[in-house]
Design a protein around this ligand. Structure first.
Ligand SMILES: NC(=O)c1ccc[n+]([C@@H]2O[C@H](COP(=O)([O-])OP(=O)(O)OC[C@H]3O[C@@H](n4cnc5c(N)ncnc54)[C@H](OP(=O)(O)O)[C@@H]3O)[C@@H](O)[C@H]2O)c1
Length: 298
């Protein structure tokens, strides 16, 4: 079976590589074409446009930065929808939120393309190991058709409901993760200002009720104070908090704690930390919400 894979960033590249290694034939496309070279070396065919990439493919997978990136790759004369065969299945694993996912599902249906929103839990190490967790929205029958493909890239697949519900579950999850790390930074910062040892406090938090798998994944970053290379860019977590805030506004639920967390990410990005791993928000908040090395005052 020929699969088109569009978007070969930090997550897309290892996901695509696992499909090649599982024996699937891949056509790949990336906005910056040079990034496709390692996959071409492993046997993928490279296309010049999204439209060309999807020609003759029954399955299309996108793993792109944000809603506008997916819209841009989907639409227009060179877009994937212009080239997709009727009946093809388009799996979008980008984190784009439910509103954009439903919009794209409707657009795809107009072309006879079956859409699944299938964002993932897990980061680069899980993508490399084929241990992502897929949160899927869309027809269950369509999901069953692609389950073997998702199983190559992931260890678990959850059907969350109709189109958009996988995307909804993902942004709720990241709203919690993003808010947690911002708050963790404030806690460590306060501990330090109160004269406590940061390392000792971190160990206490790990072993207490606030210990969490995400903290375990980031503990080495926090211990060493290094946040590059990034597994998940801070600016992408800011985007996910914005998506969650937009949805909360749409449904009329105030989420003041998450709104505050978003403010911390925006400040960190304005301080030049957007291309660091999102765990840098801990460092940023602990330092008083100013660029590292300056004193926070107040
Ligand atoms: N990293 C993680 O831990 C993680 C975990 C779960 C979910 N996610 C989500 O997965 C998605 C991809 O994340 P990532 O970490 O792989 O990000 P990334 O490394 O920044 O890769 C982003 C990809 O999107 C492409 N892109 C960006 N803007 C575009 C545009 N306007 N038109 C066409 N292509 C565009 C990039 O192309 P270029 O190469 O040309 O820049 C690249 O292929 C995001 O939605 C992210 O929120 C990430």
């Amino acid at each position: 079976m020929q699969i088109a894979f569009l978007g070969l960033g930090a997550m897309g590249a290892p996901m695509a590589r696992n499909l090649i290694r599982a024996g699937y034939r891949l056509t790949v496309w990336n906005r910056t074409p040079e990034r496709a070279a390692p996959l071409v070396a492993e046997g993928a065919r490279q296309a010049a446009t999204p439209r060309e990439a999807v020609a003759g493919c029954g399955i299309i997978i996108t793993m792109l930065a944000d809603p506008d990136a997916v819209r841009g790759v989907a639409g227009g004369p060179d877009g994937l929808l212009a080239g997709a065969a009727r009946g093809a299945i388009w799996i979008d694993s980008s984190t784009i939120g439910p509103t954009a996912a439903r919009e794209l599902a409707a657009q795809a249906a107009g072309y006879g393309v079956r859409f699944l929103d299938a964002p993932v839990l897990g980061s680069v190490p899980q993508a490399e190991a084929g241990e992502l967790v897929f949160l899927v929205g869309g027809d269950r029958e369509v999901l069953e058709e692609v389950r073997p493909i998702l199983s190559v890239m992931g260890r678990a697949i959850h059907h969350m409901g109709v189109a958009g519900q996988g995307a909804a579950a993902k942004i709720v999850s990241n709203m919690l993760t993003g808010s947690y790390l911002a708050l963790l930074g404030e806690g460590l910062g306060l501990a330090e200002r109160l004269g406590l040892d940061r390392g000792q406090m971190l160990e206490l938090i790990r072993q207490g009720p606030f210990g969490a798998p995400i903290l375990e994944r980031k503990v080495e970053n926090l211990r060493t104070g290094t946040f590059q290379p990034a597994h998940f860019y801070l600016r992408l977590m800011r985007k996910d908090l914005e998506l969650a805030l937009a949805e909360s506004q749409r449904v009329g639920l105030p989420v003041p704690a998450a709104r505050s967390a978003l403010g911390v990410y925006r400040d960190a990005e304005a301080a030049g930390r957007g291309d660091e791993d999102f765990a840098a928000v801990v460092d940023f908040a602990a330092a008083g919400g100013r660029p590292t090395g300056t004193s926070a005052g107040g």
